[in-house]
Design a binder for this molecule. Structure first.
Ligand SMILES: [Zn+2]
Length: 216
């Protein structure tokens, strides 16, 4: 029997969820007997183990390496090193940070870079699609990369800075398409495909790297 967190509530059915760190969460009706839950889990032990293995592998693939210190930036993983300058510098495989930078300072810098990347992309993509967002915000969101409100204000997760440029473009185009289509109808995907013919690849990249949302 796998370890799990049991959450009982007024629901009618059992549901399993594998968290991004691989934890198994079981949601059960208040009065369901423990034996029923255990049998349900035993029947699905193989499926659960496989899902957990996948989630843990994805999570491990993106986590910073504690030994050396790494960070994702525009879809690449860089080593973090220190140098005696006051600014950030990139080498082929490393990002050099001022010696006195705390993790918070690094986070702030990544957020700033994210804002710059998004601010650069939205106006150009909006002009291409012929739509106009009412506002653009960069947020702390951890469950979605972007969103478009009923009033056409767009939100983007600052962690998009971890993603490759063409994946950021996809998220920008996706949210801009929501200005025309407030759903994921065939018409919406047709519009997305028109401006990002590789959208399926980009969508899959985000799915495989969902654990990036838990970094920092
Ligand atoms: Zn959407």
């Amino acid at each position: 029997m796998p370890d799990y967190t049991l959450i009982r509530s007024d629901r009618k059915t059992l549901a399993l969820e594998i968290a991004r760190d691989g934890r198994l969460i079981v949601r059960a009706p208040r009065r369901m007997p423990q034996g029923t839950i255990d049998r349900f889990l035993a029947d699905r032990a193989g499926w659960i183990a496989e899902k957990q293995r996948l989630m843990r592998a994805q999570n491990a693939a993106v986590q910073p390496d504690g030994e050396t210190g790494t960070v994702w930036y525009l879809g690449r993983r860089y080593a973090l090193r220190r140098h005696d300058e006051r600014d950030v510098r990139f080498t082929d495989d490393a990002i050099l940070l001022p010696r006195d930078w705390t993790p918070d300072r690094l986070r702030g810098w990544l957020k700033e870079m994210s804002r710059t990347e998004i601010a650069k992309r939205v106006p150009a993509a909006a002009a291409m699609l012929g739509v106009q967002p009412t506002a653009v915000h960069v947020t702390e969101a951890k469950t979605r990369w972007g969103s478009c409100s009923g009033k056409n204000s767009l939100n983007f997760a600052w962690r998009l800075i971890f993603c490759p440029p063409d994946v950021i473009d996809y998220v920008v185009i996706h949210e801009l398409c929501h200005i025309r289509h407030k759903n994921h109808s065939p018409a919406f995907w047709q519009m997305a495909a028109q401006y990002d013919p590789d959208y399926k690849i980009h969508k899959a990249w985000l799915r495989e790297h969902a654990a990036l949302m838990d970094l920092f």
